[in-house]
Design a protein around this ligand. Structure first.
Ligand SMILES: NC(=O)c1ccc[n+]([C@@H]2O[C@H](COP(=O)([O-])OP(=O)(O)OC[C@H]3O[C@@H](n4cnc5c(N)ncnc54)[C@H](O)[C@@H]3O)[C@@H](O)[C@H]2O)c1
Length: 272
């Protein structure tokens, strides 16, 4: 399927590892200039270098997306560095706080979660997404076209024990995206959401989501796989490349008539 993304520009948040990194690489391979956002400069720069080594175009956009002033100035600088006036595509991918990612394991129940941690999760998934949309929408509006794809979690569509605040914050992305899709349909801006289940990737240091975990060497993974109908057959959790196909499709004009939708890329974990 020809996606016709050549010559477009995309900003991808949390592009320094995992799902975001893979999205950056796959967009760049389609001829898209990528603004690789990450909180950590070394991660963003590593992905930019990977893209350039493969002949693609990318610039780092290092900032905390929960800080609107820092985000706004990093966005302007990245546009200037890439010689762009606006981006055609925004992928809101950053969604796990670095503290949570570093801690790993099973998250605490709602009543055991410190209030300060709630704020970080809500800031990243609610304000971070809204801030990024606020920044890119005027340029898309002026261009008369745009695609916004946000990564949520099945936790936001069906709720997940141990992930109460995260579930609520991810659900907010869905309501917000539907409203934005309604407001900006007239500008030919498509706004959609992808809901993920557990994704294994290189940025996860240990446990069931580590890429080297298998049902044979990890009991928790063996149990987790039962929750994903397709994982029972594939004998693995999802990987960033499973997500990329759906995001690239929604960011292309092959999905011109798809807006305000949430698509589960979660092995059948939730069928809604
Ligand atoms: N991995 C999973 O199992 C899983 C499951 C369901 C949903 N998701 C969702 O998929 C998306 C990607 O997940 P992942 O596991 O690849 O992420 P990750 O934890 O590997 O993080 C990706 C990047 O986001 C960056 N980041 C974090 N906070 C940031 C901030 N404030 N500003 C800028 N960058 C920031 C990190 O530095 C990191 O490099 C997230 O929205 C997550 O909620 C992931």
């Amino acid at each position: 399927m020809e996606l016709n993304l050549q010559g477009k520009a995309a900003m991808i948040t949390g592009g320094g590892q995992g799902v975001g990194r893979r999205l950056c690489l796959e967009f760049a391979a389609e001829g898209v200039t990528v603004l690789v956002n990450d909180l950590f400069a070394e991660r963003a720069e590593r992905v930019v270098n990977e893209i350039r080594a493969l002949g693609g175009q990318a610039v780092p956009m290092v900032c905390d997306i929960t800080d609107y002033d820092a985000l706004s100035s990093a966005f302007s600088q990245a546009l200037q560095a890439a010689g762009l006036s606006h981006v055609d595509i925004l992928v809101n991918n950053a969604g796990v706080t670095p503290e949570r990612r570093a801690k790993g394991g099973i998250p605490p129940a709602f009543l055991d979660m410190p209030l300060a941690d709630w704020r970080k999760v809500v800031d990243l998934n609610v304000y971070g997404v809204m801030y990024c949309c606020r920044l890119v929408l005027p340029g898309m509006q002026a261009a008369g076209a745009g695609k916004i794809v946000s990564i949520m979690s099945e936790a936001g569509r069906i709720g997940e024990a141990g992930l109460a605040v995260y579930s609520g914050a991810k659900a907010a992305i869905l309501g917000f995206s539907k409203a934005i899709a309604r407001e900006h349909g007239r500008d030919r801006i498509n706004v959609n959401v992808i809901a993920l289940g557990a994704v294994s990737h290189e940025g996860i240091a240990n446990g069931a989501l580590h890429p080297d975990a298998t049902p044979a060497n990890d009991e928790r993974l063996k149990k987790m796989l039962r929750a994903y109908p397709i994982a029972r057959g594939l004998e693995r959790l999802s990987r960033p490349e499973d997500v990329a196909g759906a995001v690239l499709y929604l960011a292309s004009d092959r999905a011109a008539y798809v807006t305000g939708q949430s698509l589960g890329v979660s092995g059948g974990f939730a069928m809604i």
